[in-house]
Design a protein around this ligand. Structure first.
Ligand code: HEM
Length: 356
């Protein structure tokens, strides 16, 4: 009897450890003070389920939105840290980050999806989860639901009370015309290594780009590093250097999160100079090759780099706030005070129910 129960116990242990590994890739590097893996477990244990369930529905209708959400997290984190500042609309503080050129091509729908998620989460749990955390979770689910790796996201970010200037936004988001060495030094200021840079650039395995982002590689003269047939196809989509059209960024599997982006680069079919030059530059070329040959390695390095990116200059603890609406700071939110009264009423009801 004792032998059979210890057999069951050991089997259960093995089974549950297998379950844990398959649930999300484990990553045990230290995380910044104030964030934790289980930050919302007590206050909003359904958080991740709510986000994933809603995004599954959204992506079923339009998988393109996944790319928009992944890019939104990148643009949030690189400018002033992952503080949801990219979500803020301009006010008396001047034009917001959203109006800076690199952010003008962020998908409008990505902002709507984040606000819908916030609404769902706050309705279930109250105002306990920041917009910045929701953006980080949405980016993770965008990757996973497009076929990429699943991973745990450290949580506990607060939303910022200010947004960056246009100049600061431009200075922190390198243009697609940059070469690899410029990208490396720009990202090194954020403690990102060449491996991180190559892995994060793999985000371009999904999504689309406007002609204006790569037309300078076609006109007036064609970039000699570009495959000729590939260039011809791009010229058909963008017949002049002012055409307003879009094309996919990974021609082999544009809606699947996989390692084909690196195969594109090896075939000289990278869309931007900042992509293609990763395969020309001697420091990054072997990393591109290793990811093109080994998707598992790419996924591992991508997860590490995303977790690193997701913790850039985060606000935690007493710093920042939890916005009641992702595009408005609480002090500017006319409905915020009525919202607070509602929250108080709700907690009164809960306290009364507990006392009964
Ligand atoms: C390393 C420097 C980077 C540069 C220069 C860059 C540049 C760009 C540009 C110019 C576009 C197309 C914009 C347009 O014309 O519509 C784009 C799209 C995109 N980028 Fe990046 N990017 C970089 C890094 C990243 C990173 C780190 C990620 C995420 C991990 C990312 C994810 C995306 C995605 C998913 C799209 C497609 C968006 C959509 O379909 O709406 N990018 N990027």
């Amino acid at each position: 009897m004792a032998a059979s129960s210890s057999f069951i116990f050991i089997s259960l242990l093995i089974f549950s450890s297998l379950l844990y590994v398959s649930e999300a890739d484990d990553y045990s590097a230290p995380i910044v003070k104030g964030l934790s893996w289980d930050y919302h477990h007590k206050t909003c244990h359904k958080l991740e389920k709510i986000v994933r369930k809603h995004l599954k529905k959204v992506f079923k209708d339009d998988i393109g939105q996944a790319a928009g959400l992944l890019r939104l997290h990148f643009h949030d984190c690189f400018v002033q840290g992952c503080d949801g500042s990219v979500l803020l609309e301009g006010s008396h503080g001047g034009p917001s980050e959203q109006t800076a050129p690199p952010n003008q091509s962020l998908r409008k729908q990505a902002f709507v999806i984040i606000e819908d998620l916030r609404n769902l989460v706050h309705r279930e749990c109250g105002r306990v989860v920041s917009c910045a955390d929701i953006v980080a979770l949405a980016a993770r689910d965008a990757v996973h639901l497009s076929g990429g790796p699943d991973y745990d996201v450290p949580l506990g970010r607060k939303d910022g009370l200010s947004f960056a200037t246009q100049n600061a936004t431009l200075a922190n988001l390198p243009p697609p015309s940059s070469n690899a060495s410029t990208i490396l030094s720009s990202l090194a200021t954020k403690n990102l290594t060449p491996t991180d840079v190559v892995a994060l650039s793999g985000g371009h395995t999904i999504g689309i780009s406007h002609c204006s982002s790569f037309a300078s590689r076609l006109y007036p003269t064609q970039d000699p590093t570009m495959d000729k047939t590939f260039a011809q196809g791009l010229k058909e989509v963008c017949p002049t250097n002012t055409t307003d059209a879009t094309t996919v960024m990974d021609i082999y599997s544009p809606i699947k999160f996989d390692n084909k982006y690196y195969v594109d680069l090896m075939n000289r079919e990278g869309l931007f100079t900042s992509d293609q030059d990763l395969y020309t530059y001697k420091v990054t070329k072997p990393i591109v090759e290793s990811f093109a040959h080994d998707e598992k390695l790419f996924f591992e390095e991508f997860v590490k780099a995303m977790i690193k990116m997701g913790q850039l200059q985060v606000l935690t603890g007493e710093k920042g706030e939890i916005r009641a609406h992702c595009s408005i700071r609480n002090p500017d939110n006319k409905n915020y005070f009525s919202y607070l009264v509602e929250e108080e009423d709700q907690s009164d009801l809960e306290t009364r129910a507990e006392l009964r």
